[in-house]
Write a protein that binds this ligand. Structure first.
Ligand SMILES: [Zn+2]
Length: 314
């Protein structure tokens, strides 16, 4: 299942979420998006120094948790988790940008002090279509290994983000496991994560592997392995954020002026999937439409571009 992007649904759900949280959260309207724009918020887990002051685990809870825990450490590499998570997040950022996503990072340096509530709020305020939290795992057994994908457990408060988050977790897990050959530990619903409970946008957490497993720790610091791992994440995200299009293909002929870099999409099974190909500003001939999408002929065959809001010319 892909994440629906109906504007009407989004704004109603967003309003409900803001109303639900308004007892504590100041109402923060999401920033306006450009036509066809999709935003991914990437949160590299942890930071140089943990912050053991506490904050509420959810907007409606009196349970308090540390603002940012210290994270795990590589048993072989001695690398702190906060270094690994930023390395992976910066790779992921570049890959997502190559698919035409707008990428918002909660941090790009180590010496920050951003609590888990604040990380969630940054992604909410960015109007992210998906917030991806990047972490690595630790265990008392050095044998434990593999990738897991966490998503918000169902609750009244999480009902608007539950289904798309779970679907994204499934897709990202499948693609990261396939890209790396790592053990797949499955998708895991969590109700105890501050970063999830404060999120008003679909969100997942990638546990990339166990830094307490000597082999996996070394792999997670191998550039070639990390290239494949983050490529799997990016591919999974393109599936999770493929836009559902209900409309039938209708023959129509008009031309439109594309502004900026326009990502080419391919259509399959009722969804538009991003590719890494984009067109520079130019006039293109549309030969058919599906809703706000126009079909154009390209050097790799027919592809789709978002034409919502563009002036149609004969
Ligand atoms: Zn962590």
């Amino acid at each position: 299942m892909a994440i629906k992007r109906s504007r009407k649904n989004r704004s109603i759900l967003g309003m409900l979420a803001i109303m639900a949280a308004s007892a504590i959260l100041p109402a923060q309207p999401a920033a306006a998006k450009a036509a066809g724009e999709q935003i991914v918020c990437v949160d590299p887990g942890h930071q140089l120094r943990g912050n053991h002051e506490t904050e509420p685990v959810s907007p409606h809870s009196t349970t308090m948790k540390a603002k940012v825990s210290s994270g795990t450490t590589g048993v072989k590499t001695k690398k702190p988790e906060y270094v690994l998570t930023l390395e992976a997040s910066l790779l992921l950022k570049e890959k997502l940008k190559s698919f035409g996503y707008t990428v918002v990072m909660t941090r790009e340096t180590h010496d920050v002090d951003i609590s888990n509530v604040e990380r969630a709020q940054r992604c909410n305020e960015a109007g992210a279509d998906l917030a991806v939290r990047i972490h690595a795992d630790g265990d008392s057994s050095s044998r434990t290994q593999g990738i897991s994908l966490l998503y918000p457990a169902w609750s009244e408060a999480a009902q608007t983000i539950y289904a798309p988050s779970k679907a994204a977790a499934e897709m990202i897990l499948a693609d990261t496991a396939a890209a790396t050959g790592a053990v797949s530990r499955g998708i895991v619903p969590r109700s105890d994560l501050t970063g999830f409970n404060w999120s008003t946008v679909p969100t997942v957490l990638v546990e990339m592997g166990f830094m307490t497993n000597p082999n996996e720790d070394l792999k997670l610091s191998d550039p070639e392995y990390m290239n494949r791992l983050t490529e799997g994440m990016a591919l999974g995200i393109t599936k999770a954020l493929a836009v559902q299009v209900g409309e039938q293909e209708a023959e129509q002929r008009f031309s439109v002026d594309l502004a900026g870099q326009t990502t080419l999409h391919h259509y399959a099974n009722g969804r538009m999937y991003r590719t890494r190909l984009a067109l520079a500003p130019q006039t293109v001939q549309v030969t058919a439409t599906r809703g706000n999408w126009g079909k154009i002929e390209t050097w790799i065959g027919p592809m789709w571009v978002y034409v919502g809001g563009l002036q149609q010319k004969q």
